[in-house]
Design a protein around this ligand. Structure first.
Ligand code: SF4
Ligand code: SF4
Length: 152
């Protein structure tokens, strides 16, 4: 599959991600739509269709809705529109919805991961010292000891 160059839409994507609203629908519309090889059986041409397929992935992955599932009592729909109406401006900009959406291009998801998701694992100084300096020395000494033991 050919990779899509999204450099031309990065400014628009940045605006979408800076807005405190569910980003999934706009990510979907900025994507390429269904590819001809997608396994959807229908009697109409759907290639490049960008509509929401109502899979509900965005609803299931939303941090706000996981914490406050009672918001879902307002609708039975599991679409991006439902997400916009029950979350709206309370969006916490975690981008899980866009990452979970099968209609969002992988290159857009990659851009989200690289530019928006903060690294949450703190670096432990002692461990990085171990990785960089002590582990190779210990491995070297162990190698010599094993070599001596085998010759003995
Ligand atoms: S999943 Fe995250 S980004 Fe998407 S609507 Fe919910 S809080 Fe907002
Ligand atoms: S995740 Fe599913 S329900 Fe949500 S916008 Fe994408 S296609 Fe629609």
């Amino acid at each position: 599959m050919k990779r899509r160059d999204i450099t031309g839409i990065q400014k628009v994507l940045d605006k979408v991600f800076e807005t405190k609203e569910p980003p999934v629908a706009r990510c979907r519309l900025l994507s390429s739509g269904l590819e001809a090889y997608h396994r959807i059986y229908t009697d109409r041409e759907v290639t490049a269709d960008k509509t929401c397929i109502a899979c509900g992935n965005c609803v299931d992955s939303c941090a706000v809705l996981r914490r406050e599932p009672e918001r879902l009592e307002r609708t039975e729909q599991r679409t991006s529109m439902a997400l916009e109406s029950v979350v709206g401006k309370d969006c916490e900009q975690c981008y899980s919805c866009a990452l979970a959406c099968p209609m969002t291009d992988p290159e857009i998801k990659e851009y989200i991961v690289n530019s928006r998701i903060k690294e949450s694992l703190p670096r432990v100084k002692a461990l990085s010292q171990w990785d960089k300096y002590y582990a190779p020395v210990v491995a070297f000494i162990c190698g010599i000891l094993i070599g001596l033991f085998l010759q003995w």
